[in-house]
Design a protein around this ligand. Structure first.
Ligand SMILES: *Cc1c(COP(=O)(O)O)cnc(C)c1O
Length: 457
C-alpha cells in the first residue's frame, strides 16, 4: 500500500467513525462509497481514487468561479501576511470598510449600511431581529409584543431557530415546530403544483392574494415579510412567476411591514442579474446575502439595511437603542479579502451578463429530458435548475421517499464524472457561473443519461 492509499484508508475510517454529516442519514451514508475530495481544480473535484468530478453543486451553491481561483487565492494569502482576524467590536480594518462600501455600491440603491455575520442563517437572524427591534423602537413595547413575521410555504432561510421559524419546508421544519417562534405562513408560488389550481397560461399571480389577506387579517401585527426573491431554492428550485416579487413589495408597503429579501442563494449573479430583486426593480428594507459572497471560499454573510432602519437605532448610549446582536467572527479579514476579490471578478459585469446565454445552453441541452415519462418539471432561473422526478406525470404523484430516487440518480452520476446533490427527488443543477458551454452541455447529457439509465431508458 502506498502512503497515499494508507492516508486515504485512515480518512475513510475516521470519517465513518467520527464525522456527523449535515442533512444526512448517517446509516445510509455509511452504506455507500464516500467521496473523499483531496484536491480541486477549476470546476472539478479530485477524489482519493484519482477521479475528476465536475462540481455541479458549486460547493453547495457558493462557488461562483470554481476552485483555486488565482485572484481569490492571492487576496487571501496577501491578507494572511497582515493578519487573519481581529474583532469588529471596537476596531475596524481596511478590508471590512472597503467590502461594506463595495456591497453598498452594487446593491439596490438605498441599502447603505452593512451588518456582517458568518452564514446565511445568521444574516437572516440579524434581519429578523432588526425588524423586531425596529418595530419596538418606532411603535413601543405594547405593539412590539404583538409583532409576528410572515413567510412563505416552501421557504428556506437557514437552520437556526429564528431562520427555521420562517421556513416552510415541511420535512425540515415541522419536526421543530414546538420550539419555534410562531410565524404566519402564506402559499408559495409553486407553479408546477399551483396552490390555487392555475396553469402558467392563466396565471395572474392569484396566489399572492392570500398574502394580502393574511396581512389584512393580521391587522398591522406583521413587522416583516421575508421572501427568497426569484427562486425558492432549497424547496426544489421553485421559480417565482414574474411580478410576484412586485406584488409582495406592494403588499408590504400597504400594510407597513418591512420587506426582508433573502438572496443567500440567488445573489451574486446566479439568476442573470447581480441580485434577483433587481429583475423587478424592488429594493427591500433588509437584504441578506452569503453563499456566493466569498466565491465559496470562507463563511462571510451580510445584512444590508436602509437609512430609515439604521437611523432608528441611533441615540445616546443610555437610551439603549443599539442593535444588541453580534457574532465573534464578524468582519473576519480573510473572509473580507476573499469577498473583495470575488466582487472584483464580478465588477465588469461580464460574468453576470454571460449567465443568461449560458442558461440557454443548459436549457437547450436539457430540453430532450422534458419528454421523459418520469420527468414532471424542469425549471430554471439563470444557472439554478431543478428537475422534478415523478412517479406519474399525469397525476404528478411522487415516488415513495424510501425509494431514494433522486439520491440514486445522483450517486450514479459520479460514474459519469459529475457530482450533484439532489433535494429529495429534485435533481439540482447549480454549476459555477464560469462553466463553459461544453461543460454545461456535458453536465446536461450526463444527467439525461443517468435518468434514462436509472429508469431503463
Ligand atoms: C443556504 C441558504 C440559507 C442558509 O445559509 P447557511 O449559510 O447555510 O446558513 C439561507 N437562505 C437561503 C435562501 C439559502 O439558500
Amino acid at each position: 500500500m502506498s502512503s497515499a492509499e494508507k492516508t486515504s484508508e485512515f480518512v475513510r475510517r475516521w470519517d465513518a467513525d467520527h464525522v456527523w454529516h449535515p442533512f444526512t442519514q448517517m446509516q445510509e451514508y455509511l452504506s455507500a462509497e464516500p467521496l473523499v475530495v483531496v484536491s480541486a481544480e477549476g470546476h472539478y473535484l479530485v477524489d482519493d481514487r484519482g477521479r475528476r468530478l465536475f462540481d455541479g453543486t458549486s460547493a453547495l451553491w457558493c462557488n461562483l468561479f470554481g476552485h483555486r481561483v488565482p485572484e481569490i487565492d492571492a487576496a487571501v494569502v496577501e491578507q494572511l501576511g497582515r493578519f487573519a482576524h481581529t474583532t469588529l467590536l471596537g476596531t475596524t480594518h481596511p478590508g471590512v470598510a472597503t467590502l461594506a462600501r463595495r456591497l453598498v455600491d452594487v446593491a439596490p440603491k438605498g441599502l447603505n449600511h452593512v451588518f456582517f455575520s458568518d452564514t446565511g442563517a445568521t444574516a437572516v437572524e440579524s434581519a429578523l431581529k432588526m425588524a423586531f427591534q425596529y418595530r419596538l423602537l418606532t411603535r413601543g413595547k405594547a405593539e412590539a409584543e404583538k409583532a409576528v413575521y410572515l413567510s412563505f410555504d416552501n421557504a428556506y432561510h437557514g437552520d437556526t431557530l429564528g431562520a427555521a421559524a420562517v421556513g416552510g419546508v415541511e420535512l425540515f421544519h415541522d419536526l421543530f415546530k414546538p420550539i419555534l417562534l410562531p410565524a404566519l405562513k402564506t402559499p408559495s408560488p409553486y407553479c408546477y403544483r399551483c396552490p390555487v389550481g392555475k396553469t402558467p397560461a392563466d396565471c395572474s399571480i392569484d396566489c399572492a392574494d392570500a398574502l394580502d389577506e393574511a396581512l389584512a387579517r393580521a391587522d398591522g401585527r406583521v413587522c416583516a415579510v421575508i421572501l427568497e426573491p426569484g427562486v425558492q431554492a432549497a424547496a426544489g428550485m421553485l421559480v417565482l412567476p414574474e411580478g410576484f416579487l412586485t406584488r409582495v413589495a406592494d403588499a408590504c408597503r400597504q400594510h407597513d411591514a418591512l420587506l426582508i429579501l433573502d438572496e443567500v442563494a440567488t445573489g451574486f449573479g446566479r439568476t442573470g442579474t447581480l441580485f434577483a430583486c433587481q429583475r423587478e426593480g424592488v429594493t427591500p428594507d433588509l437584504l441578506c446575502v452569503a453563499k456566493g459572497l466569498t466565491g465559496g471560499y470562507l463563511p462571510v454573510a451580510a445584512t444590508l439595511a436602509t437609512d430609515r432602519i439604521y437611523d432608528e437605532f441611533l441615540g445616546r448610549y443610555d437610551e439603549y437603542r443599539h442593535f444588541f446582536h453580534g457574532h465573534t467572527y464578524t468582519g473576519n479579514a480573510l473572509g473580507c479579502a476573499a469577498a473583495l476579490a470575488t466582487l472584483g471578478l464580478l465588477a465588469d459585469g461580464e460574468i453576470v451578463r454571460s449567465v443568461e446565454r449560458k442558461a440557454r445552453v443548459l436549457r437547450d441541452a436539457l430540453a430532450p429530458l422534458a419528454a421523459h415519462r418520469h420527468v414532471g418539471d424542469i425549471r430554471q432561473a439563470g444557472l439554478m435548475c431543478g428537475i422534478e422526478i415523478v412517479a406519474d406525470r399525469a397525476t404528478k404523484e411522487m415516488f415513495p421517499p424510501g425509494r431514494r430516487t433522486g439520491y440514486h440518480i445522483c450517486l450514479s452520476l459520479r460514474d459519469r464524472g459529475v457530482f450533484l446533490r439532489p433535494l429529495g427527488d429534485i435533481i439540482v443543477l447549480m454549476p459555477p457561473l464560469s462553466s463553459t458551454d461544453d461543460e454545461l452541455t456535458s453536465l446536461a447529457d450526463a444527467v439525461r443519461a443517468a435518468i434514462e439509465a436509472y429508469f431503463g431508458a
